[in-house]
Design a protein around this ligand. Sequence first.
Ligand SMILES: NC(=O)C1=CN([C@@H]2O[C@H](COP(=O)(O)OP(=O)(O)OC[C@H]3O[C@@H](n4cnc5c(N)ncnc54)[C@H](OP(=O)(O)O)[C@@H]3O)[C@@H](O)[C@H]2O)C=CC1
Ligand SMILES: CC(C)(CO)C(=O)C(=O)O
Length: 340
Amino acid sequence: MRAQGATDTVKKICVFGAGAIGGHLAAKLARAGLDVSVVARGAHLQAIREKGLRFTSDTEDFVTHPNATSDTRELGPQDLVITTLKAHALPGAAEQMAPLLGRGTPVVFAVNGIPWWYPYRGEQPALGPVASRLDPQGALWKTLGANRAIGCVISSPNEVIAPGVVHNNRPHNSFIVGEPTGQMTERLTALVTALQPALPGVAATTDIRTAMWNKLILNLAGSPLSCLVDAPWIEFTGNPGMVRIFTALVNEATRVAAAHGVAVTTTAEQLLALMQQVRHVPSMLADLRAKRPLETDAILGAVQDLARAAGIDTPTLDIIAALLEQRARSLNTNPQAATS
Ligand SMILES: NC(=O)C1=CN([C@@H]2O[C@H](COP(=O)(O)OP(=O)(O)OC[C@H]3O[C@@H](n4cnc5c(N)ncnc54)[C@H](OP(=O)(O)O)[C@@H]3O)[C@@H](O)[C@H]2O)C=CC1
Ligand SMILES: CC(C)(CO)C(=O)C(=O)O
C-alpha cells in the first residue's frame, strides 16, 4: 500500500548513532538522494566529514556524503529520526535527540533485544522492572514518549571496519518496522514508502512484538555463547554440547514469550542452520573484544525480568547471564549486566 504523499511527508531523515547499522542505513538512503543527516562522534565522525561515508560489501563499494554532526541543534526538527544506538546508550542520548523532534516526528528504534518502549501499553509501563532496567531514570519516556516510538527488527550483519567505513556481510538485509500498538498507521506506511526504494529490505508488520521475539532468541542464545567462547557462531554450531545449551536457551526464551502472549515461530534448528552460513562476528562479541559495554540488559536481563513476572524458570539463561557478566567484568568492560 502506498501512503498518500509519503515522499512529501518524509523528506528530512536523521540517523542518530550512525555506526555499523546506522552507517549502512544512512549510506543507502544518501545514495538514493534522500536528505539524510547522521549524528556520529569521534574519529568516525571526522572521517565521514572529511572523506564521506563509505559502504562496502562483497558486491558494492560506494561513498556518500550525508550531512554529519555530533550537535543535533545544527540539524533541527526532522520528519523522521532513526536511532541505531546500542540499547544501553539510548537513555543517555535522549536529551541530545530532543532538537530533532518536531511535533509529530516519529522515532524508529533500530535496536536488538527487548526495546525500551516494550513495557508501555498506554501511559504507564505495565512491566515496571523492564521499564526501570531499560530506561532507568525515565529519560526516554519523558523526553521522547512512547507514542513517537516505532519498533525496528534488524537482520543485517555489519561492522565499522575503519573510521567512516561500514562493511555489510550479507546480500539480503531486512529491517522490519512496526507500531508498538500493532496498527498499520499512516506514518508507518509513509516511512516504508520513503525508505523502501533505497532499502528494499524495509517492510512493515502489524506484529512487531512477534518479529522482535523471533529475532531476540537468536541474539539471546547465540551472542552470549559467542562471547563466552570468543568465536563466531560458525565455529561452534557443530559442537553437540554447545548446540544443547543453545537449544535450552531458545526453549526458555520461547516459553517466556509465550507467557507474555507471543508465539515464537522460529526454532532452534532453523537458527542453527542460519548460523552455519554466516562468519559474521555478532555485535555483542565485537563489543566485548573492543571492551565496550554489552547490551546484556536488553538481550538477557529484560527477558529474565519477563520470566520472573510470569513465574517461569530460566535456569540456563541465568547461568549464561552470570558467566557473561563475569567474563565482561574480567575483561574490564562495563557489562550492563543482569544481576537478578
Ligand atoms: N552490527 C550488527 O551487525 C548488528 C547490530 N544490531 C543492533 O543494532 C543496534 C546498533 O548496533 P551497531 O550499529 O552495531 O552499533 P555501533 O556501536 O556500531 O553504532 C552505534 C554508534 O553510535 C555512536 N554513538 C553512541 N552514542 C552517541 C552519541 N551520544 N552521539 C553520537 N554518536 C553516538 C557510537 O559511537 P562510539 O563507537 O564512539 O560509541 C557508534 O558509532 C544494536 O542494538 C545492535 O545490537 C542488530 C543486527 C546486526
Ligand atoms: C547476528 C546479527 C548480525 C543478526 O543480524 C546481529 O543481530 C548482531 O550481530 O548482533
